[in-house]
Structure formats: structure tokens, C-alpha cells
Design a protein around this ligand. Structure first.
Ligand code: MSP
Length: 477
């Protein structure tokens, strides 16, 4: 039994979370639940990235005071995560001056001590959507293609981080797998970026007049500057578990076992973050899992583009567990996938209403009608097919293993017809039904990391020997 520390990106809480934001959170949740089931001491971190221009702009547009606006939108994130059964152990906010600021300040000082921070006059283009400097060649018709907005032209004095110094060291660690970047396409992408060489990055911004004091971590020794949002945001993975304030907690959890992120923020996690850690003499995370993007109408689903699917609306119609199911089985973590409500509806009716829901109803009806007492259920090791797939982060494959078992049970029922058998040969019939219930219990164990509430309902049905209320009602598109 080991320890397992997993994280999601921290989110910009400038609007309610959309399906794309829920995705990495559901992936990390499955990993956390699985590791708890197999007995690992587990810490699951998520949170919000708040010290940003985006936040100030969004609040200003709504004539809101930024901190009050943040408190509200952060609540919406927490509520959405709770509604979807996200079992996070910790929710970090980068405006938290007790939890986060001591560590991000301490980390900055380490970078300074290593001689990796220097001051420089800088002129460039800043995309607020990315919260990053962009280059001319990344623009299309003068606009950022991801956000359809013109970047700001900035000329300011900043502190820079010597990212260039760490290029070859990071490359070595990624190529050797010491820092495992998955999937391979993303590993290749980052290696080729490293082959081109990394340029130093701006790591601070002058504090602007419309920023409240409580937003933005001041640069140690120079409060006229605040840390650049990515510098402060990346640090959250370490500060959350105690870096800079709780040595024991930090030693217990660090290094992170898996950072789940989207491929759009790979460069920050697989280049800048490792460089910061190397500069500070800290261990690197073990795995960076960079999933693909959920597209809507062929483009990245994003608040800025306004093509988002609201997970709450989906959940009101189909249930939160169905949304988890869809994200885990029908969206590949390794490539982009377009999503439509029609496809969602088909998957729901075919595999949840007819597949899983129908199987549970059939078996438990047989059990309720024919068995005198609940079936005793043996303890099992977590099924290997599922754990092998999860150890390799093959979420869709793990789900396929579960659905193959559902299909096998359906076929068995069709072939051996327990409802007939029980009439002509009651003992054999009872025996078969008992076995079916046992396999249903095992099935509930298998799906627990993916669909925890459904697993619980099946567990209760088995323990009380009753057919549950329909788990997934058929829904017309
Ligand atoms: N705040 C930064 C992350 C800092 S981590 C130290 C950020 N925030 S975000 O809110 O814009 O995005 C958070 C995560 O949601 C990212 O991993 C991003 O990949 C993911 N997604 C946002 N839109 C997405 C899709 N359409 N599809 C899948 N995931 C996407 O970036």
C-alpha cells in the first residue's frame, strides 16, 4: 500500500464550470477513488486560479467587486463538483493567503537563490484568454485563434525566469520516463518543443491600479510587482500539501503522482513547472496526463467562444452519473472528441437505460421473487482487467471491461433462462440466481470509481434483496 497524490488544473472561476472543466476533474476523481479502493493513502487536490487579469475583467464587466464576485463563482465550482460526486480532499484557492501565499513566496525565493530570476524591460503581446504572452506568428488576422480576441500590447519591466537553463535537463527526464508525459503524442510534442530550445519567461507583472490588494502574490522584496499568474498557479500543487508552511504534510505527499491536465496547458506543466522544481531543488511529479479537448461544433468548448455545454443542464435531464459515464466511456482521454447531445442520448439509452439499468432490474427482480434472504457476497480483489487499464490511464478501456461483463451477464441470462429454470428445477434456478447476484455485486465494485452513486444503489439492492427503482429511465432525445 502506497500513497497517491493526484491533482486537476486549478480553474479560472470567471464563469460556471463547463463540461470541458469537468472532464479533468472526473478523470482525477476516478483515479482517486480507485486508489482509495485498493488501499492507497490518497490525496486529491482541485481548486481555482484567481490572481488573474481575467477575473478582474469579468468582475468589472459585471460591476462587481472582484473578491465578492470570486467568492460566489468559487461556490459554483464547488457545488458543481459536489453535484458530480467529485471526491476531492482539498480545494485550493490561490487568493488564500494562509494556505497558498507562504509557499508561492518561498518558492520564488528559492528561484532567486538559484540565480534564476532577473529583471528585464519587456515588450510583447499579451493574450488575456491565455493569461500568457503570445508571439506574432501565433496570431491569425491579428487575433488569438483560440479566443478570437486581439492581444494587448505591453511594454513593462518584469522579472524573468531562466527557463532556458533547464531545457536539456528536462528533456533528459522526459525522454527517460523519469517524468512520464502521457500520451505518447504529447510526449513527442513536448520533446520537439524542447529540441527547439526554451526561452526565458516573464514571471511577474507590475501591480495594476484596478487590482485589489488581496489579488496577486507580491514579489518578495518588490511589492510593486506581483507574480505572473502561471508562476503562482503552478506552485499550487506544492503549496496545497504544505510547501512553505507544513514540512510534514509536504514530505508525506510530494511528489505528485499524477497531474491531470488538458493538452492546451501542456507547455506550462511539462516545461515551466519542472524547471521551477529543478531550480528549487525539488522532486518532479511522476506523471503528467495530458488529455485531449472536448470539441463542440468542431472547436474547443470554451467560455470565451461561447459554445459550451452546461453539465448542470445535462445532469438535470440525464443525471450526474450519466454525465460521468459519458465522459469516461465515450470521450477518449488521448484525442480530441466532438460532443453532441444526440450522441449523448444514444449512449444513455443504449448502455445505461437498456444495458446496465436493465440488467440490474432483471437480476434483482429474479432475486426478490425467488430468494428468501439476501445473497452473501464474498470480498474480491479489485478486478484486474479494470485495474490494468486504470494503471495505464486507459479510462475508456476500463469502462469497456465493465460493459463486457454487463454483456456477458445479459447473455448468460438469455442462454440459461433463470425465470424458466426456477419453475422446473427450483434448486438449480436458485443457484443460478445467487450466482448472478454475486456477479452483480462484483460489477458494482468494478464501477465504483466511475459511477459511485450507481455502485452504491446496486450494493444496497444486493444487500436488501430488492429490485431498485429504475436506475436509468429511457429518455427521448
Ligand atoms: N488556470 C489554468 C490552469 C492552471 S493549472 C496550474 C487554466 N484554467 S482553465 O479554467 O482555462 O482550464 C482548466 C482546465 O480545463 C484545463 O486543463 C483545460 O485543458 C480544461 N479544459 C478547458 N476547456 C476544455 C475542453 N473544451 N475540453 C477538455 N478540457 C478543457 O487553464
Amino acid at each position: 500500500m502506497g500513497k497517491f497524490y493526484t491533482t486537476t488544473p486549478i480553474f479560472y472561476p470567471n464563469a460556471r464550470p463547463h463540461l470541458g472543466n469537468l472532464y479533468p476533474t472526473v478523470l482525477a476523481d476516478v483515479l482517486a477513488r480507485y486508489h482509495r479502493l485498493i488501499g492507497d493513502a490518497t490525496h486529491f487536490l482541485t481548486g481555482t486560479d484567481e490572481n488573474t487579469q481575467k477575473m478582474v475583467d469579468s468582475a468589472t464587466k459585471l460591476h462587481r467587486e472582484p473578491m465578492a464576485f470570486l467568492d460566489e463563482t468559487v461556490q459554483q465550482f464547488k457545488k458543481t463538483f459536489n453535484d458530480f460526486g467529485i471526491s476531492y480532499d482539498q480545494f485550493i484557492r490561490t487568493t488564500d493567503q494562509r494556505v497558498h501565499w507562504p509557499g508561492s513566496t518561498a518558492l520564488w525565493k528559492e528561484l532567486v537563490a538559484s540565480g534564476d530570476i532577473y529583471k528585464k524591460e519587456y515588450e510583447g503581446l499579451y493574450c488575456v484568454g491565455h493569461e500568457a504572452f503570445v508571439t506574432e506568428k501565433e496570431l491569425v488576422n491579428g487575433k488569438c485563434p483560440d479566443h478570437d480576441t486581439e492581444p494587448q500590447h505591453l511594454k513593462e519591466e518584469n522579472y524573468f525566469f531562466r527557463l532556458s537553463k533547464y531545457t536539456s535537463q528536462i528533456k533528459g527526464k522526459i525522454e527517460s520516463g523519469e517524468l512520464l508525459v502521457l500520451p505518447e503524442t504529447r510526449r513527442n510534442e513536448i520533446v520537439s518543443l524542447l529540441n527547439e530550445g526554451l526561452e526565458d519567461v516573464s514571471f511577474s507583472r507590475p501591480r495594476r491600479a484596478n487590482w485589489p490588494e488581496s489579488l496577486g502574490v507580491p514579489v518578495p522584496g518588490d511589492p510593486s510587482q506581483i507574480m505572473y499568474v502561471w508562476c503562482d498557479a503552478l506552485a499550487n500543487y506544492a503549496t496545497a500539501v504544505g510547501y512553505g508552511r507544513d514540512k510534514e504534510g509536504f514530505a508525506r505527499w510530494w511528489p505528485a503522482d499524477v497531474h491531470v491536465i488538458g493538452k492546451d496547458i501542456l507547455r506550462f506543466h511539462a516545461a515551466i513547472w519542472p524547471a521551477m522544481l529543478l531550480s528549487a531543488g525539488m522532486q518532479l511529479p511522476r506523471v503528467i496526463l495530458a488529455h485531449g479537448l472536448i470539441l463542440s461544433g468542431g472547436r474547443k468548448m470554451s467560455k470565451t467562444l461561447g459554445n459550451v455545454i452546461d453539465p448542470i443542464v445535462l445532469a438535470e435531464k440525464y443525471g450526474a452519473e450519466a454525465v460521468r459515464y459519458y465522459l469516461l466511456r465515450h470521450i477518449s482521454p488521448f484525442t480530441d472528441g466532438d460532443m453532441t447531445e444526440e450522441g449523448f442520448n444514444d449512449a444513455y439509452n443504449g448502455n445505461l437505460a437498456n444495458g446496465l439499468g436493465n440488467l440490474v432490474a432483471r437480476v434483482m427482480k429474479l432475486a426478490e421473487d425467488n430468494l428468501d434472504a439476501p445473497v452473501a457476497v464474498r470480498n474480491h480483489a479489485f478486478p484486474k482487467g479494470v485495474s490494468d487499464a486504470l494503471d495505464a490511464f486507459e479510462f475508456t478501456k476500463a469502462m469497456d471491461v465493465v460493459w463486457a461483463e454487463i454483456q456477458a451477464l445479459d447473455q448468460r441470462i438469455n442462454a440459461e433462462a433463470p425465470f424458466k429454470l426456477i419453475k422446473i428445477h427450483p434448486e438449480a434456478g436458485k443457484h443460478l440466481i445467487t450466482e448472478l447476484v454475486q456477479r452483480l455485486a462484483l460489477l458494482s465494485y468494478m464501477i465504483a470509481p466511475f459511477m459511485p452513486e450507481t455502485a452504491e444503489k446496486i450494493g444496497i439492492a444486493v444487500r436488501t434483496n430488492t429490485k431498485p427503482e429504475s436506475l436509468f429511465k429511457r429518455i427521448e432525445p
